[in-house]
Design a protein around this ligand. Structure first.
Ligand code: ADP
Ligand code: ZN
Length: 643
C-alpha cells in the first residue's frame, strides 16, 4: 500500500513537471483580461453579457460590446450557479451558455475510494471472525488437510501384510468387525471404542497397522498429522478438527488417523510460560468432537504417539481414546517375518538367510528393516546383479545402521592409525570377555559420525541382561579408548560416544537395577524416558545430596574397574591387538573369519593390489607398549631356550 502511494506520488510530480514545462515553453498567445466573480455576477444581472463559455470553474464571457473576459467561479458558487443566475435568461434567449459550471464529478464520486477502503476492512474483519469461529465456506484455511487414502486393490494392505504383532491384530480385529457390519453391534447395544491410541517409537508400524485395519475392513482412511492442526493462524486448528470430523461422518464407516497426536494433545498448561492457546483450542475441539459423535456413527479415531506420558489425561478418558495399544520394536521372530514381507517382490539369491539377518539386527524397527531390504535391492541393481545376495544385504545393513560409507573422505595417516587401534581395542577386548557378543565385522572406513565401526553378532535376543554382561559391556566400550592410550600414548575424541554409553550403563546399574552392593537394591529417580522440559523442570530428586555423591562415587568405581580390566586384557594381548590394527590398516575392513584367524595367530589373505602398506611402527608405540612388547619377546625367547 505504502509502496503504491510512493509510486503514484512520483507520477504526480512527473506530470506536474511536464505540465509546468509545457506552460513555460508554450505561453498562451494572447492573454485575456480577467474580472472577478462579483463583477461577473453584476454583469450578468445587468444584462450586459452575450454569451458565456464554462470550462469547469473557469468561465469565458463576451459582453454585448464584444469584449472577452475571463473569471474563475468560487467553489461554493458553482453548485446552483446555473439555476440561480442563468436559467431565466437562457430561457428568454437573452444569453447563450456553453458548458456548465457544475462539477463533472458528482459529490458521491469522491466517496467511492473511502467506501472501497471501508469495504475491504469489513471484508477482512468478517473473514477473521469467521476464521476464529471456523467452518467458513469461503476460505480453505479452515479446511482440514486430511489425506484420504483410497483403498483400491493395488495399495490395499490388510492384516496379512502386517508381520508379527499378533496380539495387536487380535485386539484390533474387533474394530474391523465393527467397521464391516456396524448394524450387528448396534443391535446388540454394544459400546465400541471410539478411539484407539497406538503408542510406540517411530517406525514401528503404527500408521501401517491403522492402514491395515482400514484395508481389512475396506473402509476409507483419513490421515492427518497433529502438527497440521497447529498452524500460524489462530483458530485454524479447531476449525480443521471440525472439518475433518464432518468429512469423516459423511464417509462413515471410516477411520480417522491422527499421527503425532502429542503435537495437539499435550497436557494442557504444561508448556513453559503458560499454555499454548491455539493448541488448547484445538485439543478442546478434538475432545468435543469425540464426545459429540455418537458411538454408532461408525467413525473410529486412531492416533499415534511415541510419548503417551505427555498426553492430556482428558484424551484417555472413556469415550475418547479408551484403548491403548503398545507397538514395540519387533523381536527376532517378528524381524524375520517383516523381512519376509518386504522381500516378497524382490528376487533373493539362495544364500540369503533371513533368519540370520533377523538375528543380527536387534533394535531395528520395521521401518529400518524395510529400508534395509530396499538398500540391498539398490546395491544389487547398481552391481548389475539379477538377484539380491547376502553380501548386498550385509553392506546395506551397515549403511542403515551407521549412515552411508564415506570412502572419499580424506583421512590422515595419524587418524587412520588411531582409528585402527581404537577399533582393534574394542574387538580384542570383547573376544577376551566371557559375556560379550562375538565380533562380526570391524572397519575403519568412516561412516556417518563414526570414524570406524565394530559390529557384533548377538547370540540371541534376551529380555534381561545380567550384571556380568553389563560389566563386560562397559569393558568392551572402554576397550577403544584404553587401546589408544596404551598403544599410541595419545587419545582422541572418537571415544566420546563410547564413554557416554559406558557411563550411562554404569549409572543405570547403580540407580535403576540396584546392582551396587554399597548403594543397595534401590531405584533412584524416575527414569521414564528422556526429560520433557515442561513437565520435568519442577521434578524433585527423591534422594539426598549425600546419596547423590555416593552414587557418583559408585559409578566412578565401576568405570575405573572396567578401565583397569580392559587395560590388563589388552596388555596381555598386545601382539594380537597390534596384529589386528595392522590388518585393519592394510585392509580397512575385516570380516569375522579374518578376525578369528588373526586372533588364533594365523595369517590372513593379502590382496597386494589394494592393500595399504601402513603399519603401526615402533616409533608410534608408547613407552609402555614398547616395554610390553619387549618383555613378551624376551620371555618367548627364554621359553624357547628352556626347551
Ligand atoms: P510409524 O507410524 O510407527 O512411525 P510406519 O507405520 O510409518 O511407522 O512404518 C514404517 C514402515 O515400516 C511401513 O511403511 C511399513 O512398510 C513397515 N512396517 C511397519 N510395521 C510393519 C509390519 N508389522 N510388517 C511389515 N512391515 C511393517
Ligand atoms: Zn569406539
Amino acid at each position: 500500500m505504502k509502496k503504491k502511494m510512493g509510486g503514484a506520488g512520483l507520477y504526480l510530480v512527473l506530470i506536474l513537471l511536464l505540465v509546468t514545462a509545457i506552460k513555460v515553453f508554450n505561453p498562451p498567445a494572447a492573454t485575456i483580461p480577467t474580472k472577478n466573480f462579483t463583477q461577473f455576477v453584476t454583469e450578468i444581472q445587468s444584462d450586459n453579457l452575450k454569451s458565456i463559455k464554462f470550462d469547469g470553474a473557469n468561465a469565458t464571457f463576451i459582453t454585448k460590446d464584444e469584449k472577452t473576459y475571463e473569471t474563475v467561479l468560487p467553489e461554493e458558487a458553482r453548485v446552483n450557479f446555473y439555476n440561480n443566475y442563468l436559467k431565466e435568461k437562457v430561457d428568454q434567449k437573452e444569453l447563450q451558455v456553453v458548458g456548465t459550471p457544475m462539477k463533472e464529478t458528482p459529490i458521491y464520486m469522491e466517496w467511492i475510494p473511502n467506501i472501497l477502503i471501508l469495504g475491504v476492512f469489513i471484508f477482512f474483519w468478517y473473514y477473521l471472525i469467521k476464521q476464529s469461529q471456523g467452518g467458513s465456506k469461503m476460505n480453505s484455511f479452515g479446511k482440514s488437510k486430511a489425506k484420504v487414502v483410497k483403498q483400491d486393490d493395488k495399495n490395499l494392505i490388510s492384516f496379512k501384510d502386517v508381520a508379527g504383532l499378533q496380539e495387536e491384530k487380535e485386539e484390533l480385529g474387533e474394530i474391523v468387525d465393527f467397521l464391516k457390519s456396524p448394524k450387528k453391534f448396534i443391535n446388540m447395544g454394544a459400546r465400541i471404542p471410539k478411539g484407539v491410541l497406538l503408542v510406540g517409537p517411530p517406525g514401528t508400524g503404527k500408521t501401517y497397522l491403522s492402514k491395515a485395519v482400514a484395508g481389512e475392513a475396506k473402509v476409507p482412511f483419513f490421515i492427518m498429522s497433529g502438527s497440521d492442526f497447529v498452524e500460524m493462524f489462530v483458530g485454524v486448528g479447531a476449525s480443521r478438527v471440525r472439518d475433518l470430523f464432518e468429512t469423516a461422518k459423511k464417509n462413515a464407516p471410516c477411520i480417522i488417523f491422527i499421527d503425532e497426536i502429542d503435537a495437539v494433545g499435550r497436557k494442557r498448561g504444561a508448556g513453559l510460560g503458560g499454555g499454548h492457546d491455539e493448541r488448547e483450542q484445538t485439543l478442546n475441539q478434538l475432545l468435543v468432537e469425540m464426545d459429540g459423535f455418537g458411538t454408532n456413527e461408525g467413525v473410529i479415531v486412531m492416533a499415534a504417539t511415541n510419548r503417551a506420558d505427555i498426553l492430556d489425561p482428558a484424551l484417555l478418558r472413556p469415550g475418547r481414546f479408551d484403548r491403548t495399544i503398545y507397538v514395540g520394536v519387533p523381536d527376532v521372530k517378528g524381524r524375520e517375518q517383516i523381512l519376509g514381507v518386504h522381500s516378497k517382490n524382490k528376487k533373493l539369491a539362495s544364500d540369503v538367510d533371513l533368519k540370520y539377518i533377523a538375528r543380527r539386527t536387534p533394535g531395528f524397527t520395521p521401518a529400518d528393516l524395510e529400508n534395509l531390504m530396499n538398500e540391498a535391492a539398490l546395491l544389487a541393481a547398481r552391481r548389475n546383479e539379477n538377484k539380491i545376495f547376502m553380501e548386498d544385504i550385509e553392506e546395506a545393513e551397515i549403511k542403515v545402521q551407521a549412515g552411508p560409507a564415506k570412502k572419499s573422505r580424506v583421512v590422515s595417516e595419524e587418524e587412520r592409525k588411531l582409528t585402527a587401534v581404537h577399533e582393534a581395542g574394542h574387538a580384542v577386548v570383547s573376544t577376551c570377555l566371557s559375556n560379550a557378543d562375538p565380533v562380526h565385522m570391524i572397519t575403519i572406513i568412516p561412516r556417518g559420525m563414526a570414524g570406524g565401526f565394530t559390529a557384533y553378532t548377538p547370540e540371541e535376543d534376551t529380555s534381561f541382561i545380567t550384571k556380568g554382561q553389563m560389566k563386560d559391556r562397559i569393558v568392551s566400550l572402554l576397550g577403544g579408548r584404553v587401546a589408544e592410550a596404551l598403544v599410541l600414548d595419545d587419545i582422541s575424541t572418537g571415544a566420546s560416544n563410547d564413554i557416554e554409553r559406558a557411563t550411562h550403563i554404569a549409572r543405570a546399574m547403580v540407580t535403576k537395577y540396584g546392582m551396587s552392593e554399597k548403594i543397595g537394591t534401590i531405584t533412584f529417580g524416575s527414569d521414564e524416558g528422556e526429560i520433557f522440559v515442561g513437565r520435568d523442570l519442577g521434578r524433585s530428586k527423591d534422594y539426598s545430596e549425600h546419596t547423590a555423591s555416593e552414587i557418583d562415587k559408585e559409578v566412578g568405581n565401576i568405570i575405573n574397574e572396567a578401565y583397569e580390566k580392559a587395560k590388563t586384557l589388552l596388555s596381555e594381548n598386545m601382539e594380537k591387538l597390534l596384529a589386528v590394527s595392522d590388518a585393519l590398516l592394510e585392509k580397512e575392513t575385516l570380516d569375522k573369519h579374518d578376525f578369528e584367524k588373526i586372533m588364533k595367530g594365523e595369517d590372513i589373505e593379502h590382496d597386494k593390489e589394494y592393500a595399504h602398506d601402513e603399519k603401526i611402527e615402533d616409533k608410534d608405540l608408547s613407552e609402555e607398549a614398547k616395554k610390553i612388547v619387549e618383555e613378551k619377546s624376551s620371555k618367548e625367547n627364554k621359553d624357547l631356550e628352556d626347551k
